[in-house]
Design a protein around this ligand. Sequence first.
Ligand code: G16
Length: 550
Amino acid sequence: MTIQTLLSQPFAGQRPGTSGLRKKVTAFTQPLYLENFVQALFDELNASTADGQALTGQTLVLGGDGRFFNRTAVQIILKLAAANGFARVLLGQGGILSTPAVSAVIRRHQAFGGIVLSASHNPGGPDGDFGIKYNAGNGGPATETLTEAVYLRTQSLCQLRISDAPDLSLDLMGVQPLEQMQVEVIDSVADYAAVMRELFDFDMLRGMFAKGFSARVDAMNAVGGPYAKAILEGELGAPSGTVVNATPLEDFGGLHPDPNPVNAEDLIACMSAPGAPEFGAAMDGDADRNMVVGRNFVVTPSDSLALMTAYARLIPGYSAGLSGVARSMPTSCAADRVAKALGIDCFETPTGWKFFGNLLDAGRITLCGEESYGTGSNHVREKDGLWAVLFWLSLQGATGRSVEELVRDHWQTYGRNYYSRHDYEAIAVDVANALMSDLRSALPGLPGQRFGARSVVLADDFAYTDPVDASVSKKQGIRLIFDDGARVIFRLSGTGTEGATLRVYLERYEADPALQDVPVQQALAELVAVAEQVAGIHARTGMAAPTVAT
Ligand code: G16
């Protein structure tokens, strides 16, 4: 085996979005496409030290969600890593690691960084999506500064270094040499499970299941299955069959592994049927997202973060209290109210988990979450689906309250933030860009303008100054904030692979318990009309209704 230098050429469009580079599988399978991106990443990382040898002798963590092309991509990356100086790769068995598990392994083994192969909640299979993301030594997604620098390198890269060694076994546990590098195939679950044991009272959870507590956790044929099986059924004694769709499949069995009420319809149906389990949850392709469901009752992700913040002290890992909490800007303000009551900071960041990293590293926050079905804490630097499941199970165990009772109690105490996100998918890119640019131009005229009973008090394009490193991120979403605190927000998704997706986020606050049980879309109908009036979505896109409203 020898290390080869191959001539390559730039590929257009290798700019990472909200969470890494996501493209159709057909893009990733072009000759040298993946190699080009990874070499640009390695070159950029090497350039971070004066001698240009930052990777020499280092450990890399590698794994993915098992989707189509995962195994091929792992072989390619191993050969690039060997040719670029790494001494060791910790590889999840079968090339499998959930996104939070990559973060846990990086942190527990003090690795230099890690590569996650996933397009998250996007569909898989030969016609589906693939993705790659770099996580740094803190276990968290690379900063925007790094991803942008990598992108610039992809646009001028003309050669790469790769080993011509034969493929390795991805399934055989133990160490295999590749050039000077050692590839160690590790148990995909062990490190992650160890972190969970440190946070939650496993004895109490075991006791709950022993007394007959019933749950249904839908892994959506994705990577969360082995983790949920090992921890819930294996360690905590939940009955076999508690975890469904538990085997990761290359095409997710045709499911769209996005845990929302639309795509996890089977879970919703099951939780609404007579004799439904007491608790339901679903996770996404790479197991970092979660949806929590009670009997006939779906928990909004924004409410989930607020409740976790309110009850965190009941969980052993957070019994000392929280240093602070953070949410992405479009996430509802429900957590803000709890933070205020607790006297802790609440930060508002742009969409993207990478923006929580500095706050977590600096100890400014303990919990964080997003409307996009993501919640997490300082235990890793990714959002974490199974962690959220264990958190909610623990809350039920500690309080004796059902999911619905917990949420309704919360609304009584803090008020309810009615919340919905409307997605308009696969819009022509120029139509979406024109809509956003016209909205931007209209911003100065909006403050003071009345829409029914409300008037606009703030209209801007959200900009964020990181409180830790003072970096500034502009154009993070158009906000209309009204005099009663209601908000309408417009952004374009940074994770799609087909055309553009317009996201409209709608929120209003209701303090009166007697008015907290209105169907969500009805409660937000006036704001939907405002969004239409301001942005002209129907006329511009030809779409009379969103593709998905959650
Ligand atoms: C990613 C990011 C999240 C973000 C979500 C939606 O999640 O990690 O921080 O909220 O995308 O982003 P967008 O609205 O730009 O599509 P995941 O689970 O897809 O990695």
